[in-house]
Design a protein around this ligand. Structure first.
Ligand code: UDP
Length: 255
């Protein structure tokens, strides 16, 4: 029998967490966290994974509705280098858990266990979604693809898309609509899915998996400089990210 959200939250709270600016963060290795997500007790609304970075936290500070989604997520992961830096200031050594790596590991697990319930994919441009199923199946041939739809749909198609997606009873739902839309979508519709569904907002991961965007070279990733790589590829991000980044650093330093 599925446990209530409250019981599940209590179970999750006994595992290692920290907070950065009042935002809970789950600690641990990628493998342990993937394992924990797959074994999380089923609950109404499934399991929501968020991949926290400074920009999201500042967005959460500006919009209490979005802040609540982040604070109440079942698996808030330390994705951004700024989150790792803030943890370090508290004496906590934690490796980055990039959302794309977490999502890849979830797909890998579905493939390895030959899980009959599959993945549902929502988001990205139609031409990217056109390439994504083949790209994933090439990498994970045992993966079951439950549903796929691009992220540029009309408002009146929103609910029919959700209904069709939920009817396939996916084990994993990956939503690539950008922040904060993907998290808001998950909050709004998670209750329509089965209780063990894992939801992850994956940002630009579909673009990476289909080769439209390159991830940073390994050395930059290891040095937690992936954000710098992203600025080089998409300079328009600098203007968008700089102010929230400075706000974040100031808030963390102020304690
Ligand atoms: N996207 C979408 N529908 C939209 C706007 C964006 O599906 O209406 C997709 C976009 O094509 C990309 C992803 O959402 O694949 C956004 O990823 P990115 O990490 O660039 O966004 P961010 O979260 O940084 O805003």
């Amino acid at each position: 029998m599925p446990v209530s959200i409250q019981e599940n939250k209590e179970a999750l709270e006994t595992s290692k967490t920290a907070t950065v600016l009042d935002y809970p963060i789950r600690l641990g290795s990628l493998n342990d966290l993937v394992d924990a997500a797959f074994h999380a007790p089923p609950q109404a609304g499934g399991i929501h994974v968020v991949t926290l970075n400074p920009e999201m936290i500042i967005k959460g500070e500006e919009s209490p509705e979005f802040g609540d989604i982040l604070k109440n997520a079942d698996f808030p992961l330390p994705d951004g280098a700024g989150v790792i830096w803030a943890l370090k200031r508290q004496g906590i050594q934690q490796a980055r858990i990039p959302g794309i790596e977490f999502a890849t590991a979830l797909l890998e697990t579905l493939h390895q266990t030959q899980c009959p319930r599959g993945v549902a994919l929502l988001g990205a441009k139609p031409e990217v979604m056109g390439l994504l199923p083949m790209a994933l199946l090439k990498r994970f041939p045992n993966l079951s693809l439950a549903f796929a739809h691009d992220g540029f749909f009309r408002n009146e198609d929103l609910v029919p898309i959700v209904e069709e997606m939920a009817s396939t009873k996916p084990r994993l739902v990956l939503v690539a609509l950008g922040v904060p839309r993907q998290e808001q979508w998950i909050k709004a519709f998670r209750n329509r899915f089965t209780e063990d569904t894992i939801f992850v907002g994956v940002g630009g991961s579909f673009d990476v998996w289909t080769g439209q965007i390159q991830r940073a070279p390994k050395l930059m990733q290891a040095l937690n400089l992936e954000w710098l790589w992203r600025f080089t590829l998409e300079p328009w991000r600098i203007q968008r990210s700089m102010q929230p980044l400075l706000q974040y650093v100031w808030k963390v330093l102020k304690g």
